[in-house]
Design a binder for this molecule. Structure first.
Ligand SMILES: CC(C)(COP(=O)(O)OP(=O)(O)OC[C@H]1O[C@@H](n2cnc3c(N)ncnc32)[C@H](O)[C@@H]1OP(=O)(O)O)[C@@H](O)C(=O)NCCC(=O)NCCS
Length: 159
């Protein structure tokens, strides 16, 4: 799998994955304009994942210029599910972030019912740090977010 820093040409694909009914309950969504704005903003980076010249998913990294060197994996979805691409993509994200972006910490939140994603992050050696109670509004309901993180020292220990 190749992990590629996305550009304008990838936004249509990203939007298609983001809006897909299979992903809607698990991730947020931006307008095309919001994606294009983020591409111009040094605080964000979009990545896409490619297997045999086919795009299979994307993610958005946020807080690249955070004063505490803490990068958020803001959004992540795999288009072709259940084939191991999610795991390969998370490994690619970790490698990209800790090699090229120099943070001290990479973290993310997951809605409480997203067991598939939590299993994936645990398999990829993210540590569960806690729960933000009712921190996300979903269909008029406040839902809990589970927080996962990896420190640089943990990344270095596991690789
Ligand atoms: C979550 C997601 C990224 C996983 O990607 P994927 O390619 O389907 O997952 P993989 O095939 O690489 O599986 C990796 C691990 O995830 C877990 N997993 C995958 N599918 C699962 C399922 N249906 N049930 C439980 N765990 C599952 C397992 O731990 C699996 O490892 P294993 O096969 O050794 O048991 C993908 O399903 C997706 O895009 N979901 C919708 C959006 C989303 O939830 N994004 C994350 C927001 S925090």
């Amino acid at each position: 799998m190749n992990t590629i820093v996305a550009d304008k040409s990838h936004i249509e694909y990203i939007k298609m994955v983001e809006d897909h009914p299979d992903n809607k309950d698990f991730i947020g969504a931006w307008t095309i304009e919001e994606h294009l704005e983020a591409l111009q903003n040094d605080n964000y980076q979009h990545l896409v994942f490619e297997v045999e010249q086919q795009l299979v998913g994307y993610c958005i990294l946020q807080d690249l210029i955070h004063p505490d060197h803490s990068i958020l994996l803001k959004r992540f979805a795999i288009d072709v599910k259940g084939k191991g691409y999610g795991y390969q993509a998370v490994e690619g994200i970790k490698q990209h972030v800790f090699t090229h972006l120099q943070p001290n910490r990479l973290w993310l939140d997951v809605r409480y019912f997203n067991e598939r994603a939590m299993k994936l992050y645990e398999k990829a050696n993210f540590r569960k740090e806690g729960i933000f109670k009712k921190a996300s509004l979903m269909d008029d309901q406040y839902v809990d977010l589970h927080i996962y993180a990896m420190l640089r020292e943990e990344y270095e220990k596991y690789t």
